[in-house]
Design a protein around this ligand. Sequence first.
Ligand SMILES: *[C@@H]1O[C@H](CO)[C@@H](O)[C@H](O)[C@H]1NC(C)=O
Ligand SMILES: *[C@@H]1O[C@H](CO)[C@@H](O)[C@H](O)[C@H]1NC(C)=O
Ligand SMILES: *[C@@H]1O[C@H](CO)[C@@H](O)[C@H](O)[C@H]1NC(C)=O
Ligand SMILES: *[C@@H]1O[C@H](CO)[C@@H](O)[C@H](O)[C@H]1NC(C)=O
Ligand SMILES: *[C@@H]1O[C@H](CO)[C@@H](O)[C@H](O)[C@H]1NC(C)=O
Ligand SMILES: *[C@@H]1O[C@H](CO)[C@@H](O)[C@H](O)[C@H]1NC(C)=O
Length: 470
Amino acid sequence: MARCHIHWRKVLICVCTPCIILALIFVYIAFVLCTAMTSKQMTGIVGQTHSLETVHFIAAGTNSNKSFAPYPKTFWELHSNGGAFWNQLQLAVDRSLNPILRPNNIKRGFISGMFNESLLRQSFSEVTDLDSTRKKFDKLPQQIQEFVSHMQRRNYPTLIQPDGVCGAGSVGEKEPPLLLLAIKTTELNFKNRQAIRQTWGQAGWIAGQKWNGSRGEESGGYVRRVFLLGKEDPEELGVDTSELLRMESQNYGDILQWDFKDTFFNLTLKDLLFWDWFSRFCNRTRFVFKGDDDVFVNTLRMITFLQEQLKMPQAHKALKDFMVGDVIGAALPSRANESKYFIPDSFYKGLYPMYAGGGGVLYSGLLAKRLHNISKKVHLFPIDDVYVGMCMIRLNAHPVHHPAFLTFDFPEKKEEKCSYHSILLVHKRSPNQIVRLWAKLKETQTQCWSVPLRKAKNKENKQKPKTSPP
Ligand SMILES: *[C@@H]1O[C@H](CO)[C@@H](O)[C@H](O)[C@H]1NC(C)=O
Ligand SMILES: *[C@@H]1O[C@H](CO)[C@@H](O)[C@H](O)[C@H]1NC(C)=O
Ligand SMILES: *[C@@H]1O[C@H](CO)[C@@H](O)[C@H](O)[C@H]1NC(C)=O
Ligand SMILES: *[C@@H]1O[C@H](CO)[C@@H](O)[C@H](O)[C@H]1NC(C)=O
Ligand SMILES: *[C@@H]1O[C@H](CO)[C@@H](O)[C@H](O)[C@H]1NC(C)=O
Ligand SMILES: *[C@@H]1O[C@H](CO)[C@@H](O)[C@H](O)[C@H]1NC(C)=O
């Protein structure tokens, strides 16, 4: 009897032990997966209160448009992006930030900023085989070759900066600046800078838009100004203009220059280095307008517009993601090799993410700081506004379109007396035009106070009858 009993116990142990072990393993795996996923969510929640930033991992297959790179449809599918260089590099980075594949990386990433940069570096050694990269790009236009050979570097030294303050205009400030105007320009565009300084780029306390019975004082704010420059090559240019720029900086205190060659494909560096400078010196500035030096800005309206944003319910929450401009969705890279914007498909495949046209865009100071952080996890891209869009999707933030940003000029042929009162920005205007338009804007303020900002519907209605006659 006893023997038989023992025998049955043995059978039971033999059969059940593997079952129990399997069940335990299963429970363990489920537990690990769950903690990996919830810890990611937890850091997201913590991130809101302690302003630590989480990467918004874009899960595979969430983009309905299949041609949208760089994410594979299913994350286990190994794909090479058809060998597109940028996509491969970024995929290597995004993979190490995937909360399911690498939960520990996520945690480490928040503790050490160094981790991010080593991540970018590491992805290069993972992806590139120098000889084959060189071969791939050596038949392409010079500027893309230049870009590829320098795209690992972003820490260029500062040559000139405003003395420790956040741009020109700090004198007599009684509260944190409302707006910082950050304008991309080049050494030779002195005339543009001078026109901007005298007109829409005036710093100091600026009154908002005047309206019937008011002088706009109640909606004013402090404005600062800074120009963002790279460096001309004196040998290529034939003259050395650096001394002139130094004098200009002494006079106006609004020059921020870095030691890299000021070329079209290096413009992204200005955004990156500007965010870095902003995070250190402009801590409390509410909003940033980042634009080119060939646009006209209705600063008065912009100030009123920003004050309205601050008064909105839940303004504080909304400011975390606040970016408005002329938003372009699902654009395709230019594949015409003679274009300034040419991006070969060996470099980038897929659509561009939604982005705000770089001619002029408005965002919150808080978003500028978040962009600064996230940019350490995104490889440089040669087109500056597209790069900002790439950073935005990784913050799970989306630029909002506003029809008062006319980065492609007025859609109507004819300009009316009050048309400049209905916009926040228009491209493109010469320095002489800027001076004339500013004078006219001031002159017509009382007549045009009631003109509202352009609205999407308005635009369509106006556009149709007016585009037909020549
Ligand atoms: C993706 O977007 C592009 C550009 O808007 C469009 O041409 C294409 O048809 C879209 N593809 C799909 C599958 O929707
Ligand atoms: C303000 O507007 C009203 C009508 O909208 C007008 O009757 C009044 O004269 C205006 N006041 C001033 C100071 O312009
Ligand atoms: C960007 O600037 C660096 C440093 O001056 C220069 O070596 C590089 O060629 C520039 N890149 C492009 C694309 O012009
Ligand atoms: C921003 O300013 C606050 C105080 O106003 C300071 O504690 C903080 O360190 C500053 N942040 C940076 C990144 O400089
Ligand atoms: C552009 O492409 C055409 C043909 O595709 C080629 O003949 C030409 O050399 C290319 N130009 C440059 C600057 O690469
Ligand atoms: C950016 O990162 C730094 C260092 O990791 C952190 O202290 C800061 O709070 C972050 N800023 C924002 C706005 O997330």
